[in-house]
Design a protein around this ligand. Structure first.
Ligand SMILES: *[C@@H]1O[C@H](CO)[C@@H](O)[C@H](O)[C@H]1NC(C)=O
Ligand SMILES: *[C@@H]1O[C@H](CO)[C@@H](O)[C@H](O)[C@H]1NC(C)=O
Length: 141
């Protein structure tokens, strides 16, 4: 499954520097229906500087295959929608991180599912930047 990347910004180098990643849950983590879990969304501490605005976290079950899921067009069931205000991780790491505690719906299809984060920022305070990153997780009853 490939990460979907919807890029409104034209400066590709800056784009790579601003992108977030889903650090937790790890790929293929097993989650239980109705479970409360933490999603750790991190980004590099880039030199160009960007103003964080917001993220939306969604989840959707894959059905037969995760390959055809396009989270840039459908984020799935929203688990979180709001401000993204990451802070420096510390402990020798320059990355910025924020934890979001969310609850998995108890009526979503079990099996593979795609956790997606849509991330909106302003590069150098003026250039709109939007991306969607994905992580496959496993849902069990
Ligand atoms: C996740 O699961 C898929 C399907 O079983 C497998 O192909 C892939 O290697 C796994 N990835 C990791 C990082 O465990
Ligand atoms: C996020 O949660 C993990 C444990 O779930 C913790 O190790 C980490 O320090 C937390 N990060 C932040 C920025 O709160």
């Amino acid at each position: 499954m490939r990460n979907s990347l919807l890029v409104l910004a034209s400066f590709v180098a800056a784009v790579a520097a601003q992108g977030v990643k889903i650090v937790a849950p790890a790929v293929n983590t097993t989650l239980t229906l109705g479970e409360t879990f933490v999603i750790d969304v991190e980004r590099p501490d880039s030199l160009t500087g960007s103003q964080e605005v917001a993220i939306v976290i969604g989840i959707q079950s894959c059905g037969q295959s995760c390959d055809n899921i396009n989270t840039a067009g459908d984020i799935g069931r929203p688990l979180y929608s709001g401000l993204y205000t990451p802070t420096i991780v510390g402990n020798g790491r320059a990355d910025l991180a924020q934890n979001f505690t969310v609850q998995l719906p108890d009526n979503i299809q079990t099996g593979a599912a795609v956790l997606a984060v849509a991330h909106f920022a302003l590069i150098i305070g003026t250039e709109p930047f939007l991306e969607v990153v994905n992580q496959v997780v496993e849902i069990q009853p």
